[in-house]
Design a protein around this ligand. Structure first.
Ligand code: ATP
Ligand code: MG
Length: 285
């Protein structure tokens, strides 16, 4: 069988999470220290370790069939690739920032100004949409120092906590993109390759679903079971097992992280006792 080739970042912010997601899918390979590629031992997959900037091009050219890369890079490089899945890690935003002591009213303030960025494509699309004419000064790194050295009036750069901006005396004024890591793919994969991508996606989604859900066990008096089962939807319906103590049952179910605390409070208020919550490793609906 022909192997599927995946490109991931060699080192940097997405490297660890990209490796982790593949390993959690049960795929074993060596980590690529001083290596360009590694063969997975138990899945027809070859892992390429690359600079993140190069990944969209490699995927377009089918040097790699799929890749994990930030949405910011995908949009900036604007290559002919398709997005298969948003992966939920590597979250950050691409923002415009100005020196802290500058008064800022609105986006119109950037008219006629100079903005330094490593994202000229995304920034110019944004300015065009907002009908702002500003000069874009492209630099490849250390963008945050540009206003301080008199190179630009503002910057457009990636932010997550905002501490880099803060340390450089800047404040965030406009968010122009909210980004996260994406699984991208070449647009002309063979049927066989698509099957492998689907297999991988199936595993990724089972993991993510499991992370968003918890397994819950509780004891309840039998007369409360009906109410409690209404609160706990479960995958199909809750499991009910009688306890050794007469008149009591143990109820097992799955709850979503989002409404977790509401459900717990509701259960307690309706007579549930000894509530246990345990993580789920994988979840296949
Ligand atoms: P490479 O050597 O592969 O070119 P890089 O230096 O360009 O790496 P990193 O700084 O490792 O890139 O960031 C990789 C990606 O991580 C970014 O493109 C972005 O999608 C994501 N990211 C998440 N948070 C941040 C952040 N605070 N700053 C920069 N990137 C972030
Ligand atoms: Mg890069």
């Amino acid at each position: 069988m022909k192997k599927l080739k995946i490109a991931i970042q060699k080192s940097g912010r997405l490297n660890e999470d990209s490796i982790r997601i593949l390993k959690e899918c049960g795929i074993e390979f060596n980590n690529g220290v001083n290596k360009l590629k590694a063969d997975a031992q138990n899945f027809p997959l070859e892992v390429f370790f690359l600079r993140d900037d190069d990944i969209p091009q490699y995927v377009e050219d089918a040097v790699a069939d799929i890749g994990i890369v930030g949405e910011n890079v995908v949009l900036e490089k604007n290559k002919n690739v398709k997005t298969v899945e948003r992966l939920g890690f590597g979250k950050c935003r691409l923002s415009i920032a100005v020196p802290k002591n500058k008064k800022y009213n609105s986006i119109k303030d950037f008219d006629g100004k100079k903005i330094a960025t490593s994202y000229p494509v995304i920034l110019s699309k944004f300015l065009k949409k907002e009908k702002i004419t500003a000069e874009i000064h492209e630099i490849s790194g250390s963008v945050e120092i540009a206003p301080g050295i008199g190179l630009a009036d503002a910057i457009c750069d990636l932010v997550s906590s905002g501490s880099t901006l803060f340390m450089n005396g800047l404040k965030e004024t406009e968010v122009i993109l909210k980004s996260e890591a994406l699984l991208i793919a070449n647009k002309n994969l063979s049927e066989e390759q698509n099957k492998l991508v689907e297999k991988l996606l199936f595993r990724i989604n089972a993991l993510r679903k499991a992370k968003n859900n918890k397994y819950i066990l509780l004891n309840a008096p039998n007369e409360k079971l009906e109410t409690i089962c209404k609160i706990l939807p479960g995958m199909k319906s809750p499991t009910i097992v009688p306890l050794a103590e007469k008149g009591w049952s143990s109820v097992h179910s799955v709850v979503n992280e989002n409404d977790f605390w509401d459900i717990i409070e509701n259960l307690k208020a309706n007579g549930a006792q000894g509530i246990l919550v345990v993580p789920i490793e994988k979840m296949i609906a």
